[in-house]
Ligand binder design. Sequence first.
Ligand SMILES: Cc1cc2nc3c(=O)[nH]c(=O)nc-3n(C[C@H](O)[C@H](O)[C@H](O)COP(=O)(O)OP(=O)(O)OC[C@H]3O[C@@H](n4cnc5c(N)ncnc54)[C@H](O)[C@@H]3O)c2cc1C
Length: 445
Amino acid sequence: MRAVVVGGGVAGLVAARRLAIEGSAVVLLEASDRLGGRVAATRVGGVTVDAGAESFAVRGGAVRALIDELGLGGAVQEPSGSAWVALPDRTVPLPVGGLLGIPSSPLATDVVRVLDARGALRAYADRVRPVLKRGRYDRLGPLVRERMGARVLDRLVASVVVNVYGADPDEVPVDAIAPGLNGAITTAGSLSGAVLQLRAAAPPGAAAQGLAGGVHRLVEALEADLRGRGVEVRTGTPVLGVHPAPFGGLLTVSTAREDLQADRVVLAAEGAAALDLLSDAAPGLGRMPRPAPAVSRAVLLLVEDRRLDDAPRGTGVLRAPITTGVRASAVTHLTAKWPELGARAGRGRHLLRLSYRGGDAVPDATVVADATALLGLDGLHLAAREDVVWTDTAPALAPETIAVRRALAGAALPDGLAVAGSWVAGTGLASVVAAAERAARPGAS
Ligand SMILES: Cc1cc2nc3c(=O)[nH]c(=O)nc-3n(C[C@H](O)[C@H](O)[C@H](O)COP(=O)(O)OP(=O)(O)OC[C@H]3O[C@@H](n4cnc5c(N)ncnc54)[C@H](O)[C@@H]3O)c2cc1C
């Protein structure tokens, strides 16, 4: 069997590995000059740090299984501490035990600290109102607003859904952002009860983990594994087309230099590129409306300031969208979150990541003002700064991407062709790895 994988992000690397394990002769084609896609390393003030993904969700177990198979199990680490939220009138810890910011215990002290007593009582009304039946609310925003009140939506849920998932709570379908929530609502009868039920069913320990040295080590390990299995990895090789044979038979993958014939093709380029490449094999999908790309700027800072040794804002702060006067949507205190990184940076030296929506330049003065406001420390001094701009051409929760995914589920792709990547699987390594493994299994197309 000959197999071609298009795209060398984590989805493509995982698919190529699985195809090689199943016995195929595999060629992986990556357009850019490096592997890893949105998992990448950069150096800030001499310290190597993740510029893209820096953790993975534990759910499902696919990432952990892969890490163990690659011999990196000993490097898995748990984050230290938890995140805060910047509200218009105060900055406080995000309540524990919630889901997407929806509290499971509306009267808990940490929830009252965010909502005040009145807001918490309004949220608690969800428990005593008529039973909530599955499917009554299609979108997350109206569900939360009507069951638990606008304060829960504006102060908690929007802070997580907008900043972490890049989605609008009023637009995003419940099933797309929280699979399982509708089912739990049916049995629990209330929204907070459903969250409590899902949290109780989750495995103990942190919901997300990291790797000592950085999540980018996963890419290095995958690349070494592929080479060990004889996979031919070609970077700097954009794929220009994927064509089915007119009467079945081999698929053709075209690059500028040659046409490759294959029994199996896994298309693991990111959203817009994948849809372009599908235009011949699945013309209906290729013509569907595209979402607006989501562009973000990660500003990585090295700050020398001993006051940060005490992690004054835990692992970092999400800015509630209703909070004005700060341009950054979040700050992650990387050296507090990952103690191994803190040890590498050295005492009194801290790495922060400020996240900005859009790719526009952000002056140092704005970055310092934002870090000051979010961390509650003035007089911060930037010792080093490194910016990385990321573009997601098909955000997984954009309505257009969801529509493409639904159409894909009902579409018949040519024999041997399968798709993978965050635009089909959902954002995040847990979804991407599990779906790439499935796409590469025999008979996946
Ligand atoms: C700043 C940031 C932070 C993140 N943090 C986390 C986190 O903490 N935890 C988490 O789980 N997830 C996180 N994510 C999301 C996660 O990184 C992505 O979901 C995941 O890496 C996507 O992998 P992928 O292989 O689907 O796509 P990509 O990584 O985008 O890979 C697609 C690859 O296809 C290549 N390609 C495109 N067109 C072609 C073509 N025509 N021919 C050949 N190759 C092509 C591209 O060059 C690219 O290398 C983060 C993302 C960003 C940007």
